[in-house]
Design a protein around this ligand. Structure first.
Ligand SMILES: Nc1ncnc2c1ncn2[C@@H]1O[C@H](COP(=O)(O)OP(=O)(O)O[C@H]2O[C@H](CO)[C@@H](O)[C@H](O)[C@H]2O)[C@@H](O)[C@H]1O
Length: 469
């Protein structure tokens, strides 16, 4: 079974968020199940591409409307990943030091056209094309509708929605850049008078998946304007919970940690990481450490943090550490909080992969008060590192975390609100005092199995169900 994933991100090549983690793991686990699974992604100008050597396996030109661009398909010269990655190199459009910016329409259109142009030339075509998010949302449409790709229109295309908030909207004056198709079908691209790549994918993909069953249910009610469309396409929609790459996220071998540890040595191992964090960020290692890692955007509930942290720090003897970047106003308020709470609160505004691993290991509790959380990987990483998640009951968080009161292992609150966050922190502070119970839970959560094995199987089953229809 030959599967090609098409994505803007893939760990460890280029990562902005959880999409990269999934695309960097799912193919590997599919290959372990006997599939031939690979990734097509853009060739960016980043540390990974500068550090490795690549060879060209194909070269041609694409047309984006009237403009012609040279492109190469590059492959790593040495096999260092457990799946093939094919890079689309269009120097003037894709070779940038960023993944996303305000020139995404042309960049990702060109990327998608080049991907399909190349697939068209392959002797052995993929059995399935698996697209991820709106950056690849026009592939299901073009594979089905564009005349030049008619040889591909029998290949099932699956689209996974990692986040329906972002849909890749663009105006009709770009329409001529999409390879020719029957204009009577232009409605497939449209949602509310604008070209909407995610809506086009929902209409044209053979199957739609999301990254947790609860998020799929939630999307039917609230999908940033696409809820009606998703309800209409419900028959081909399914929610499959993400896994985590337990080889990358393993406290026993994680190369970023200050000290590695396993279930039996978690206490000393976690403490060494906590002490390092506390020294680095001027916090007291004797106090329970609450942490957050992620994008500072409304979906993650990060705008609630300045007020919630203020109240929580006033009412409890705790430390808080935040790693993330995003909304400038939230960043500013968090930086102000840092100055007012020296020795009790600190943050690193930015992106730092190594620091994130040390935080998962060294924190006692991980906060995730998300308003929207399609799956959420952080809570699963936290569990694996013996850090207790405090989550809002939504999307994938609802599917993975059970409250301690219900024989579970985390703290679950109902609302994304300052009061609910603070109430959960108070519950966690009390729990932290019950040392025997705390030790037991930490050991227990480290052993919960969220590895990809099961989810990878579900995707294979889904692909097979398409051919038997
Ligand atoms: N400042 C920073 N420094 C270092 N690392 C950082 C960081 N900010 C975030 N990260 C890392 O990025 C990843 C974020 O994962 P999430 O699941 O929260 O992703 P995100 O919301 O981007 O993705 C979307 O896709 C994923 C995958 O399907 C879904 O789980 C999720 O719900 C959905 O919103 C984690 O590996 C985290 O450690």
């Amino acid at each position: 079974m030959k599967i090609v994933h098409i994505s803007a991100e893939c760990y460890p090549v280029a990562k902005v968020g959880g999409l990269a983690d999934v695309v960097g793991a799912l193919p590997k686990y599919q290959n372990q199940l006997g599939a031939d699974s690979s990734v097509i992604m853009p060739f960016y100008n980043n540390t990974f591409t500068r550090k490795h050597n690549f060879e060209s396996v194909y070269n041609s030109k694409i047309h984006l409307g009237y403009i012609e661009y040279d492109f190469d398909i590059l492959k790593l010269s040495t096999q260092i990943l457990e799946f093939d990655v094919f890079f689309i190199d269009i120097p003037t459009l894709l070779y940038k030091d960023y993944v996303y910016s305000n020139d995404d329409t042309d960049r990702f259109l060109a990327f998608q056209i080049a991907a399909l142009d190349w697939i068209l030339t392959l002797n052995k075509k993929p059995d399935y094309i698996h697209c991820h998010d709106h950056h690849t949302g026009l592939i299901p449409f073009m594979a089905q509708e564009s005349y030049k790709y008619s040889a591909l229109n029998k290949i099932p295309v699956i689209t996974t929605i990692h986040n329906a908030q972002y849909q890749g909207w663009f105006k009709y004056h770009h329409l001529y850049k999409i390879p020719d198709f029957d204009n009577n079908n232009v409605g497939l691209l449209d949602w509310n008078g604008i070209i909407n790549p995610l809506a086009a994918a929902i209409k044209c993909a053979w199957r739609i998946t999301t990254v947790s069953p609860s998020y799929m249910e939630e999307l039917m009610i609230n999908a940033n304007g696409l809820e009606g469309l998703l309800r209409a396409e419900n028959a081909k929609a399914v929610g499959i919970l993400n896994g985590i790459d337990t080889e990358v996220w393993n406290p026993e071998t994680d190369k970023y940690l200050i000290k590695n540890y396993k279930v039996s040595s978690n206490q000393s191992g976690k403490l060494a990481n906590k002490k390092w964090l506390c020294t680095e960020f001027n916090l007291n290692p004797e106090k329970p450490l609450f942490a957050f890692i992620g994008r500072l955007v409304g979906e993650k509930g990060s705008d609630l943090f300045p007020d919630a942290f203020n109240v929580a720090l006033r009412n409890n003897d705790i430390s808080i550490l935040l790693l993330g970047s995003g909304d400038p106003n939230t960043e500013e308020r968090l930086n102000a909080l840092k100055n007012e709470n020296e020795g009790r609160y600190n943050n690193f505004i930015g992106y730092d992969e190594r620091l994130s691993h040390i935080i998962y290991a060294g924190a006692d509790f991980l906060l995730m008060p998300s308003r929207v959380e399609p799956c959420g990987l952080n809570q699963m990483y936290a569990l694996r590192y013996g850090t207790i998640p405090i989550v809002r009951s939504i999307g994938g968080l609802k599917d993975t975390i059970i409250d301690i009161e219900n024989d579970g292992f985390g703290f679950v609150h109902k609302e994304a609100s300052v009061n609910d966050i603070c109430y959960s922190i108070e519950r966690a502070v009390n729990f932290y005092k019950a040392k025997t119970e705390l030790k037991k839970i930490k050991k227990y959560i480290m052993q919960i199995d969220h590895s990809w094995g099961n989810s990878a199987k579900q995707y294979i089953k889904l692909y097979k169900s398409i051919t038997t229809n």
